[in-house]
Design a protein around this ligand. Structure first.
Ligand SMILES: Cc1cc2nc3c(=O)[nH]c(=O)nc-3n(C[C@H](O)[C@H](O)[C@H](O)COP(=O)(O)OP(=O)(O)OC[C@H]3O[C@@H](n4cnc5c(N)ncnc54)[C@H](O)[C@@H]3O)c2cc1C
Ligand code: FES
Length: 287
């Protein structure tokens, strides 16, 4: 269920390096109170004189009750916005909106769940794991990245998961390859009922293909480029098949970012498929 997001000015509690990433914790009780696993926040970056006008989106890694409620997210430095964030220090303030998006749907009954994360995408899986375990679910992790220093959360996964399988593309940790390469084996070994996944689009597409092949549902959290993050601008639309079988261009920030993997037309992302509801006629679709 969607919750009403709030805009707050929060004080940075800590910012620390975690391998290749930065983990930033900000005091934001109103966001922490409303948080469900799978939610994201958007942050204003660059200060008052900035040219980085759009907020930057980050999946929430953790919330804690300290100081009335803190929110932590994990990020990699990409450009101006994340460089600015990485330079924040304790007691600086941040303008934050959240929680945003629809969280991961939770099973009604205890079941066996494989949680699959790639790079910083793994960060959003731990709050989910806690809630699933609280419902009596079995948790197995598959975490991967390009190299060992970019695998997020391996120790914590080993602590809380029944099994943890790690992959790196350069073979520096775990099995050489990508998470989808080992997923079928993990699903078979654990007799999993459902896959939850967060990471780059190609990884989600590959994970979904494995889940379809093995006939289990995959709940995937997509990371489409976003401008407003609140459903107004349509920057983040992607083609998703509805319950009625009709493809619609839906907003990842408002209807997502979590979708049933098999409903997302990954191969058509970035286009408006000709058979999508409301697609331009006579142009042969766009792209
Ligand atoms: C729902 C959602 C959740 C996200 N969660 C996280 C998170 O937990 N941790 C994290 O580090 N990042 C996350 N991101 C991505 C994050 O928003 C971008 O890295 C950030 O906006 C980059 O801002 P910037 O100003 O540093 O870089 P920009 O100057 O905006 O971009 C620098 C370069 O990075 C590329 N880039 C920007 N965004 C992305 C992206 N999403 N994927 C691939 N390339 C991109 C741009 O095309 C450009 O080449 C998330 C994005 C979304 C939509
Ligand atoms: S980012 Fe503006 S509608 Fe999704």
């Amino acid at each position: 269920m969607a919750v009403t997001p709030v805009q707050v000015t929060g004080t940075v509690l800590t910012i620390r390096r975690v391998d290749a990433y930065h983990a930033l914790t900000v005091v934001a009780p109103a966001v922490a109170d409303r948080f469900r696993p799978g939610h994201f926040v958007t942050v204003s970056t660059g200060g008052p004189a900035t040219a980085t006008l759009t907020r930057r989106a980050f999946a929430v890694h953790d919330v804690k009750p300290d100081y009335g409620g803190t929110v932590e997210f994990v990020f990699t430095v990409r450009g101006a916005g994340t460089s600015w964030l990485a330079a924040r220090r304790a007691r600086d303030t941040l303008d934050l909106v959240g929680p945003l998006g629809r969280p991961f749907p939770l099973p009604r009954d205890p079941c066996r769940c494989v949680l699959v994360g790639s790079e910083y995408g793994s960060a959003s899986l731990f709050a989910l794991a806690d809630v699933l375990q609280g419902r009596g679910c079995r948790i197995d992790f598959v975490l991967g990245a390009a190299s060992a220093d970019r695998v997020f959360g391996a120790l914590r996964a080993r602590r809380i998961g029944e099994t943890t399988t790690l992959t790196t593309e350069d073979g520096s940790l775990g099995m050489r390859g990508q998470v989808a390469d080992v997923l079928a084996g993990v699903i078979a070994d654990t007799r999993a009922d459902v896959v939850y996944a967060c990471g780059p689009r190609d990884m989600l597409r590959a994970v979904t293909a494995v889940a379809i092949e093995l006939d289990i549902p995959a709940q995937v959290s997509v990371e489409e480029a976003m401008a407003c993050g609140t459903g107004l601008c349509m920057t983040c639309v992607l083609p998703v098949i509805g319950d009625d079988g009709v493809t619609r261009m839906v907003r990842a920030c408002a209807e997502g970012p979590v979708f049933r993997g098999e409903r997302v037309r990954f191969e058509d992302v970035g286009t408006i498929p000709f058979d999508a509801l409301g697609a331009p006629r006579g142009l042969g679709g766009m792209g």
